[in-house]
Design a protein around this ligand. Structure first.
Ligand code: FAD
Length: 477
């Protein structure tokens, strides 16, 4: 008998004893489904008829205790466990690079408590974010992590790569909205972080799991912050002839703490192409949408002060309608029929930096991509979203409509464009990403990004996951 098959069957039986036969699959069709997330690389690879790395066994556990048992099996046989939420990640974070156990968390999807006094919800990490949102909406509340993928991404999948939603500028990133978590460690312990988020009881070790993308453990439960559904929501749009003036307007609005829940600023090229295609507006300049919400009187006043800043810096008022329309169609940018898709080559780099460096980062990445890949007629567009008191994120995309047909050549070109963009980001003081995760795509830049701090992270990984079973090949580990 084939040795590998014998071993695989022994492991499968052991796992089936833990979770039940119906929650384990080794079917080829399932293995294929779980071989690609939403990232371009594996999708292109499959599109070109090439086989991908598949998981050996797909498991749907129902409790943290079952996951703990699975870690014992994985450590014994030295096989990987790859956590999978909705598979909507764009950096290959959930790809089973080395086979092993693919652990789909979506069976663990219960809402355990909605606390209407402290405004918190506690849910299992496999819940789809939109389902949590619908449930709290019924109580007049919202979970303000409004990601464009909320209809298919899980709570754990938002926390693990430190995701960001449309309203992060006011309400914070997913990592700011989580108050406590339950995590199954690679060594099988089920640990709970402190019941309250802010305290001085030692270092903030709970944050280690945010951004670890499943390499330090599996998040099985989380308590998150809710907010009241806003009484009022005011949207407005303005147009800047000069994108740098628009960036300065955003900076002033944020540093004066006017508290918009969203500022979305499109550069000239994305205003001319994406905004025209999706919203139907023919604007010549940089289109900026600003939103305020909450108490109607306060929100109106904040909006007026923000508009005054924009006008001082030369903006033209476009009125409410182009702001409202953007809000109502904000997710259309990412879904069929408008989304970027094969056979095109594309990639989204999202770089965050401080205000003093943002222009440098923008022009450096633009030049690196547009200047470096002219022979491929590359197009590059960018917008700024997710504003902080200290800086802002640049979400930029490259598009090559006629990439090489050969899969290996295409992957090499994709990697070269990313290399150019990431080098430009790092050399100009930007971070390699802000919310899409590091995954497999950006892992090799972690050393360059963190320099002398990287060995410290490696030592943490060794201590937490001695056999390196958890999601190998991701975040640089
Ligand atoms: C159309 C579209 C729009 C998007 N818009 C946004 C957006 O607005 N904001 C944003 O932040 N992202 C966005 N993304 C990226 C992606 O959807 C998010 O990163 C999302 O949070 C991933 O959730 P998921 O459940 O699909 O995770 P997966 O893709 O399944 O996994 C992502 C990573 O987290 C790990 N992981 C998953 N669950 C757990 C767990 N319970 N414990 C530990 N590790 C875990 C996985 O191993 C993997 O490394 C978008 C993607 C698409 C396709």
């Amino acid at each position: 008998m084939d040795r590998a098959l014998f071993q695989q069957e022994m492991i499968r039986s052991e796992i089936a004893e833990i979770v039940g036969e119906e929650y384990v699959s080794t079917r080829e069709s399932d293995r294929l489904v779980y071989s690609t997330d939403w990232s371009w690389m594996p999708q292109m690879w499959l599109d070109r008829g090439k086989p991908l790395m598949t998981p050996d066994i797909i498991v749907h556990p129902g409790t943290p205790e079952e996951i703990a048992e699975l870690t014992f099996v994985a450590n014994k046989y030295k096989i990987p466990i790859v956590p999978w939420g909705g598979g909507s990640g764009t950096q290959g974070g959930a790809l089973p690079m080395f086979g092993g156990i693919l652990l789909d968390t979506k069976r663990m999807n219960r809402i355990l408590e909605i606390d209407e006094v402290s405004l918190t919800a506690t849910a299992e990490a496999g819940i789809i974010i939109q389902q949590l949102e619908w449930a709290v909406n019924e109580r007049g509340l919202m979970f303000p992590h409004y990601a464009a993928s909320s209809n298919c991404a899980t709570l754990g999948g938002a926390l693990a790569p430190r995701g960001t939603g449309t309203m992060s500028t006011k309400y914070g990133k997913a990592e700011d909205l989580v108050l406590s978590m339950e995590v199954v460690l690679p060594t099988g312990e089920i640990i709970n972080t402190a019941p309250v988020p802010q305290h001085a009881s030692g270092p903030d070790w709970f944050r280690l799991f945010l951004g670890s993308e499943g390499t330090f453990g599996i998040i099985t439960k989380a308590t998150v912050q809710l907010d009241y559904l806003p009484e009022a929501r005011y949207m407005r749009a303005v147009l800047f002839k000069d994108m740098n003036a628009a960036l300065e307007a955003g900076r002033r609005i944020m540093t004066r703490r006017l508290d918009p829940f969203v500022i979305r600023l499109y550069d000239h090229e994305s205003t001319r192409t994406r905004v025209r295609k999706i919203l139907g507006y023919e604007f010549d300049g940089s289109y900026m949408v600003i939103g305020f919400d909450g108490d109607p009187d306060i929100a109106k006043l904040q909006q007026q002060k923000a508009l005054d800043i924009c006008f001082e810096l030369g903006a033209e008022d476009l009125g409410e309608e182009p702001g409202e329309k953007w809000w109502n169609h904000r997710y259309d940018f990412y879904y069929p029929p408008i989304n970027l898709k094969l056979p095109w080559m594309y990639g989204t780099t999202e770089t965050v930096t401080t205000y003093d460096k943002i222009q440098g980062v923008y022009y450096a990445i633009k030049e690196a991509v547009e200047g470096g890949f002219k022979e491929w007629n590359v197009r590059w567009i960018g917008h700024f979203s997710h504003w902080f008191h200290w800086g802002v994120m640049l979400y930029s995309r490259f598009i090559i409509e006629e990439p090489p047909q050969d899969a290996q050549e295409a992957l090499r070109l994709h990697n070269r464009v990313w290399e150019a963009a990431m080098t430009a980001a790092i050399e100009n003081g930007g971070m390699i990403n802000e919310h899409h995760g590091v995954g497999v795509k950006l892992g090799r830049y972690m050393r360059r990004q963190f320099k002398d701090a990287w060995p410290f992270l490696l030592r943490l990984k060794d201590a937490i996951d001695p056999n390196h079973i958890m999601n190998p090949g991701k975040t640089g580990f």
